[in-house]
Design a binder for this molecule. Sequence first.
Ligand code: G1P
Length: 290
Amino acid sequence: MSIKTVVIPVAGMGTRFLPATKAVSKEMLPLLDKPLLHYAIEEAKSAGITSFIFVTNLNNKFPSLYLSKNKILESHLREKNKLKTLKMIRDITLKEKNIRLVYQKKPLGLGDAIHRTKKYVGKDDFAVLLPDDLILGRNCLKELISVYNKKNSNVIGVMSVDKKEVNKYGIVKGSIANGRTSKINELVEKPKIKDAPSRLAVVGRYILKNNIFKYLRKISKGAENEIQLTDAISLSAINENVFSYEFSGTRYDCGSKLGFIKAQLACAMLDNSIRKSFKKELEKILRRNY
Ligand code: G1P
């Protein structure tokens, strides 16, 4: 079975980015000229995904707005003969039937968000991508799908984090490692630093077997009084194979101000049209005495 569906949770209120997120949702904040959401869609598309399910709050229609056809803009670009830009805009447009919105009225947790998509996911295995976790350099979803294709099992993207940061993440307890891949026995959501079974953290990329819904139904509220996807995966690990994969790209935590600005800098450095002058300007800024 190949992975064709991705679930992208965007129901958060983005409170860390207020007031910017009062009027637009967090995944629409731009890194240079592309919103965070754009990077998520590009990663998913080039990993072979064709069907996109967004879990959103009642106010947030931005993902479908951004991804659907904008006739007025397109005819304006055509009239102005801006054909390159027109192509770019068309390339990010998805067919209506490939976009689904599922609503999560209250922030009951990532597990609850995923559980709500059962009807649209249908019987297939699927991917989950958290757009806050931007991964540049290598397509993380593609890497995980290639492990899934070999193992036909759950595969979770992980990276090593600082010991004092483990309480922000889902942390894995691995057993037999084979290169970047390990078999997981257990996962713990936001453990206390002293209780963390490892420093390998889950970072927003999952390939899940369809039977995860069975485990999501069984779990109750966990860390932060929310239904945690991590707990459902951990429960499933008793009966099913769950693998972690240390992806090779670089991850930026765009859910925090510092992570977001780091991602901006990285995107500027990756952009040939501004890299040189950007570096000069950055040096100037750093020399100023703020
Ligand atoms: C979520 C997951 C957590 C994961 C993290 C990665 O937590 O529940 O397991 O490590 O994303 O960003 P959140 O950051 O939404 O609290």
